[in-house]
Design a protein around this ligand. Structure first.
Ligand SMILES: Nc1ncnc2c1ncn2[C@@H]1O[C@H](COP(=O)(O)OP(=O)(O)O)[C@@H](O)[C@H]1O
Ligand SMILES: [Mg+2]
Length: 418
């Protein structure tokens, strides 16, 4: 009997970066077993011929029962050595499965400590690493607040900036129930928002926001890339994160070094010993560095490609090697700079036309559209990604950066039906 060795990929609705994961696994001589929840819109995965097995469950969100059943059905000659998922909502399932398979991953309690923003904040506050205080949002607490503009509200466990906003946006606390109901009904995010609404309220953090891509092995953290978020703004009850530049442009080298040390200390405080992280933190001269959130997964949009361009490493490859307890590929930083922009659509509207513009001066590394003309965008209070584009800005003079970044806001020409 031939023995076969592979990795289980947990895919959300046939998405979740299966294609690049499959490539990385193939390069390691490993097979790819995909367990996916049922997609909420018709979709034929382009990678289906390249994987050893795809199982699609009836539900729109995977559960531990689905995984147990999938593992039990595997033929005897197959050995799974690890499980991976880039989907936020499956991070605990991934950790639990890795516990069963014996792969190197965080235990479930550590994953929850990071994903539960109330626990994460209180832990860091208790260790003197955050000045921000957070509490569950209740009616009584809300009534006692005199200056809501000093606070920020978000789900206790969330994603995609859904329901994340400065507290003075809220007129009545029951608006949150409506928001929560909408989120629970959103099939694309099945399994993420369930049960009673759980929001937290915490002190507003000032400053510019940065994200840190970090790998931790045997308790040692290494910051691979830092991106600065540009052009963030609030739309409805969502914070839209429009663009990122790497390396950052508004922070001095010394402050950036402090940021890396700060992030490393927060991970150590939270007893993080292994894994790959996408960490969001803010910096303002007066307050120093403050944590926003720690995602125990790879960053979205073009973070993977941008980090590869800038730091010469592939985050998925590092993450897999860490799960498989293999030596990590050394980092070979280049001095290349990158910039990407994400494009959002308007909730509930129908696209009449969408086309990229050609700007020749700055090299475009990649661009993608996730929608087509004629598509009706979902009616929902969250980010609706319609496309993204990534540029190589290595040759762009620093003083031209902000004009260039502003000009890319209209990279895709979008028109809606009236
Ligand atoms: N306490 C806060 N003060 C100011 N802005 C915040 C605060 N918490 C979150 N944000 C903003 O809201 C965005 C979304 O919040 P985050 O915790 O990252 O949730 P998500 O899991 O939805 O990404 C952040 O990127 C940040 O810009
Ligand atoms: Mg976030």
């Amino acid at each position: 009997m031939n023995s076969r060795t592979g990795v289980l990929i947990l895919s959300h609705q046939l998405l979740s970066m299966v294609a690049p994961l499959q490539q990385q696994l193939a390069a390691r001589g490993l097979e790819c077993y995909v367990l996916s929840s049922r997609p909420s819109r018709a979709l034929t995965p382009p990678w289906q011929d390249r994987v050893s097995q795809i199982e699609i469950t009836d539900g729109h969100a995977l559960t531990m029962q689905d995984i147990a059943a999938c593992l039990a059905r595997l033929p005897d000659e197959v050995t799974l050595v690890a499980c991976i998922s880039v989907w936020d909502g499956y991070r605990e399932l991934m950790a639990q499965t890795n516990g069963l398979l014996g792969a190197t991953d965080l235990d479930v309690s550590c994953v929850t400590r990071l994903r539960d923003k109330l626990t994460m904040r209180r832990w860091l506050h208790g260790d003197g690493l955050s000045r921000v205080q957070a509490q569950p949002l209740t009616d009584a607490l809300w009534q006692g607040i005199t200056d809501p503009s000093a606070f920020f509200i978000k789900p206790r466990t969330g994603l995609a900036s859904f329901g994340a906003f400065r507290a003075d946006k809220l007129d009545q606390p029951d608006q949150l129930d409506t928001l929560w109901r909408q989120a629970c009904a959103d099939q694309a995010y099945a399994g993420v928002f369930e049960g009673e609404p759980e929001f937290i309220i915490e002190d507003l953090i000032q400053g510019t926001e940065y994200c840190f891509e970090v790998i931790v092995t045997k308790g040692e953290a290494q910051v691979l890339a830092v991106h600065e978020k540009i052009d963030m703004h609030q739309q409805g009850f969502t914070v839209l994160e429009n663009a990122c530049v790497c390396p950052p442009v508004s922070v001095q080298a010394e402050q950036l070094a402090q940021g890396k040390t700060f992030v490393t200390r927060c991970l150590a405080s939270l007893e993080v010993t292994t894994g790959l992280f996408h960490i969001e933190a803010k910096f303002a001269e007066r307050q120093g560095w403050e944590m926003v959130e720690i995602n125990p997964r790879i960053g979205g949009a073009y973070i993977l490609e941008s980090t590869r361009h800038h730091a010469g490493v592939d985050l998925l490859s590092l993450w897999l090697d860490s799960l498989l307890s293999r030596p990590l590929q050394p980092v070979q930083p280049s001095n290349r700079r990158s910039f990407f922009r994400v494009f959002f659509g308007q909730s509930g509207r129908t696209l009449a036309r969408i086309q990229p513009r050609n700007g020749a001066e700055v090299p475009l590394l990649d661009q993608r559209l996730f929608v087509q003309e004629g598509d009706r965008l979902p009616q929902i209070e969250r980010e609706i990604f319609i496309g993204q584009a990534l540029w190589d800005i290595s040759a762009l003079p620093h003083h031209n950066f902000s004009d260039f970044a502003a000009s890319t806001a209209h990279h895709f020409q979008v028109e809606y039906h009236p």
